[in-house]
Design a protein around this ligand. Sequence first.
Ligand SMILES: Cc1ncc(COP(=O)(O)O)c(C=O)c1O
Length: 377
Amino acid sequence: MKIPLINPDLPRIDQVKDSFDEILKSGKITNFGKFVRDFEAKTDEYLGVETVSLSSGTVSLIFGLQALGLQRGAKVIIPSFSFVATAQAVLYAGGIPIFAEVEDDLNISVDDIERLLSEHDDVGAVIAVHMYGLPARALDLERIVSAAAERRGKKISLIFDAAHAFGSAQDGRRVGSFGDMEVFSLSATKVLVAVEGGLVATRNPETANRIRDMRNYGISSKYNAHFPGINGKMSEFHAIVGLHNIQHIDGLLETRQIKARSFRKIIAENTRFGLIEWPEGAVHTVKDFTILVPEEKAPGYRDRLMHYLGGKGIETRSYFYPPIHEQEYFKAFSTRKLPKTESLSRRVLSLPFYTSISDKEMSYITEQLSQFERELS
Ligand SMILES: Cc1ncc(COP(=O)(O)O)c(C=O)c1O
């Protein structure tokens, strides 16, 4: 059996043919055409806040930080356990990343952010990631960031890197409206796919308008640039794919929840691998289905397991290893050890998971995990 890590949810050609025919005939393939506008109207409605479509999640983070007024050289607290784009965006926006710890659920530690906010008085923003689509502790983060800003009499922006989390929710509240802004990615590995793309969601119309200008070279009107900006536009081709997928998002999410719960159950019943906590009340996109190898055996055991599964036709990744503060370019920004991040990043193993994964594929993966345990015990 050959099982890929992901298999993106994409429309069949007959489902998008008319739309593609239309733009190819009219030549209206970009520059905020009808499909981009329609896609944004749908994302506004779904999230209940204003959204702006962009060319990628990374560009959305860069624009988001700048639109919220990040000053050059200001510190930005981010988790080291994330995809490197979170940190690259901080640098491109002119900030300096400061790395925070995560909790056992791989979401950023509220206590550690509180500690960092009390140690650094020049923090301009905090970015929390909803890791793999599991909502971060948003209300606690809102509380401590606004308390620190009040103590200091200075704004500290709170952004959620929701790259993995379109459709996630906590206690009935959908991700998208927390903090000052939430930023989504729409790339091929995500649940809402627009091939490539990003989305900024904010309750503040001024911020949204600022980002609309930024994605259009800083031009507000009549080829007259009022702000710094680059090309951050989404094309009509991408919007057509995104538009198709958002119309099916609830079904995709429901299927993923059911399949992920059943995958967790068979892994828990048949192996000794750890699972990441998934509290009741959380709608989880399960962007990645990640298990943990036993702490005392990592990381050699994880690497051997990846090799073993690869030999059985099962594609895996270690999302996210190395943690950002250990990556070559970012070591220079690392100021302290992050024991939990360092340990967990050596234990994570992301298994194949996608909306169309079959029971047979999940059983096969579980059998191979169990077989590996037997062979190595
Ligand atoms: C946590 C996180 N942030 C940001 C991004 C960047 O998104 P994009 O690839 O759309 O630029 C990713 C991409 O996977 C991500 O995983």
